[in-house]
Design a protein around this ligand. Structure first.
Ligand code: DP6
Length: 364
């Protein structure tokens, strides 16, 4: 599919006066990382992520038909019950970017009400779940105007719109493993939207766990958007994009053959390569904290001592995502509680696992 397939033409808002739509949309954690992009939100390399379950955003979009067509967007934003004018510029930019694909936006007044299942300042990126939730709400309005739309088109366009809000958000529509970015080894893959990993996944990855250790609950020093830009003149950029694309081929084999040792090698290398890009950009920066490194070393010691398949990955922050298979949950949970949570801010951590994707909760 191309961009033009997502342009809505021939529609009428004549029979639609007002309504309210709620979506619950998960966060995701990348196994092979997206870091570096071109306009408009086209990734420099392919990425793949586990969709999560317990970390989600709940967004209600209320819409009301305007009396006459207007030239600007009109919306209010509430986050966890509080009016948030400082969230408006990001949403206005998103609306501007997607307007050509959903031209009915200016026909309505909107109220966006959003809340996260995870603490706001936990350092967990909320843009993936937040932007995908808003994209899905907008798609539900489009579905009202065009009831013939198929579910496949609905999901593809929701992911396409979400990508224009935040790149990783395009991987938060469906589950359990989502690929974003053209890749010869992944059938149906696209730079424009995320697709479900198309091959049969080995049972070792069923119900995979992700316990998120909240090492630093503060705001990030450097946003992902700024980080992506630093890849423009990065001395190692081309090598990094090639490494990630090669890792997609490797992890694709691993997902099918269930080789957990290889899985660990790819996932941990990806996390450290992402942070190595940050440390070698100009300007350089470090998002890991001393406790991030302490946890990584503890995980390595534990793995050597027990032959467990525990491993870690990192987002663009100090928190550590601890990944492990379902059949090790008791062993690893004990280890986390007894040995790792002491390195978390106020002992905070979140038990999550692979999930199946977003869910519409209501449409009135
Ligand atoms: C490190 O999707 O937050 O989490 O497209 O600028 O909104 P924007 O960036 P964003 O970047 C996420 C980067 C990452 C890796 C990943 O999720 O693949």
């Amino acid at each position: 599919m191309t961009e033009t397939d997502f342009i809505l033409s021939n529609y009428t808002t004549k029979n639609t006066s007002e309504g309210s739509i709620t979506w619950k949309t998960p966060s995701n954690i990348a196994l092979v990382k997206y870091w570096g992009k071109q306009e408009p939100q086209i990734p420099e390399n392919t990425s793949i992520s586990f969709t999560l379950d317990a970390c989600f955003t709940l967004t209600t979009l209320k819409y009301k038909k305007r009396n006459s067509a207007q030239d600007d967007f009109n919306f209010e934003v509430y986050f966890e019950g509080e009016k948030k004018d400082d969230f408006k510029p990001k949403i206005a930019t998103f609306f501007k970017r997607i307007e050509q694909y959903v031209p009915f936006l200016k026909d309505f007044d909107f109220v966006v009400e959003s809340r996260n299942s995870f603490p706001h300042s936990s350092g967990i990126a909320s843009s993936a779940s937040g932007m995908s939730a808003l994209a899905l709400c907008i798609m539900s309005i489009e579905k009202e105007l065009n009831s013939e739309m198929t579910d496949v088109y609905f999901n593809k366009k929701a992911s396409f719109l979400a990508r224009l809000g935040s790149g990783s958000a395009c991987r938060s529509i469906e589950g359990e493993l989502i690929v974003w970015g053209n890749h010869t080894d992944i059938e149906g893959s696209s730079n424009l939207f995320g697709v479900k990993y198309p091959n049969k996944v080995h049972s070792n990855f069923k119900n995979y766990h992700d316990t998120i250790l909240l090492v630093d609950e503060g705001e990030k020093q450097v946003s992902s958007t700024v980080g992506h830009k630093l890849m423009y003149n990065h001395p190692f950029a081309q090598q990094r994009f090639k490494q990630a694309n090669d890792n997609i081929s490797k992890i694709s084999e691993v997902l099918q053959n269930g080789d957990l040792k290889q899985f660990i090698a790819i996932v941990e290398s990806e996390a450290l390569s992402l942070h190595a890009m940050m440390m070698t950009s100009s300007p350089y920066f470090i998002l890991m904290k001393p406790n991030t490194l302490k946890i990584i070393h503890k995980i390595w010691e534990f793995r050597a001592a027990t032959n467990s398949n525990i491993c870690f990955t990192l987002d663009a922050g100090a928190n550590v995502h601890v990944l492990f298979p379902e059949n090790e949950k008791e062993l690893v949970n004990n280890f986390i509680v007894n040995e790792l949570i002491q390195y978390c801010q106020e002992n905070h951590y979140i038990c999550d696992r692979v999930g199946i994707g977003a869910k519409q909760l209501s449409n009135n």
